[in-house]
Write a protein that binds this ligand. Sequence first.
Ligand SMILES: C[S@@+](CC[C@H](N)C(=O)[O-])C[C@H]1O[C@@H](n2cnc3c(N)ncnc32)[C@H](O)[C@@H]1O
Length: 249
Amino acid sequence: MSEQAPTDAAWRRLHERATEPYRKAGNFAWHFARGKLGRDPVFRGLVERGLIGEARGRVVDIGCGQGLFASLLSAMSAMQAQPGEWPASWPAAPKAARYTGIELMPKDVARAQASAGHLQPTPRFVCADMCKAELPPSDLVVILDVLHYVDLEAQEGVLRRVRVALQPGGRLLLRVGDAASRRGFAISQWVDRTVTRIRGHRVSPTWGRTLKDWMALLERLGFSVQSIPMSEGTPFANVLLVADLKEVE
Ligand SMILES: C[S@@+](CC[C@H](N)C(=O)[O-])C[C@H]1O[C@@H](n2cnc3c(N)ncnc32)[C@H](O)[C@@H]1O
């Protein structure tokens, strides 16, 4: 048996638990949840690296889609409550996160509500444009593959408001494409354009920055930033930025 096997089994249990709520929301929601959580390295990466943090209980997920992250948080909490289920090598996650998801597309919000809306503590799903939506005080803001839907000025506007919403000790988890990596970035743009056309978006997600520019922007806004490549097993050039509020002296 390989050394990886114990956490592989735990990950499969977490995957089952987190996708189960989508069964009742129809075939699309169910298959999408299973595929996305299973194939996108970011979710397991967040869990295994302990990037969420046990103490970060107020969570805002911007561009939350059908609310997968809400379901993942709930499944993590349930597994931690069961003796022997949570691997010793996985850092603890919040036991009862209070989650707000913000999403532009009404159909996604409806699927999020139908699937994850009954979880405890009850997640809140808001149908709104991230450029205008109110951001509640939070300990963790998650923005995965969303900012490139708006232009550079609007991206900065969102990040400035995130900076204000985050409370001391707060963290932003931001996944972006690195525009300096031409091939991977072009592939993700092509996929995104195709998907958004099918989903009925009015604008194409095309606004990118290089990793260097993303990091410089976040530093300028008052974060200290660490970057982690996060597109393993995919053809994309995605990077996860772990941006912690700098402490005020
Ligand atoms: C590529 S999906 C990522 C979904 C989710 N973050 C995930 O990782 O599974 C991008 C999401 O951002 C949403 N989005 C795009 N522009 C937005 C805006 N201005 N305000 C809120 N959500 C937006 C899209 O509708 C879509 O659900």
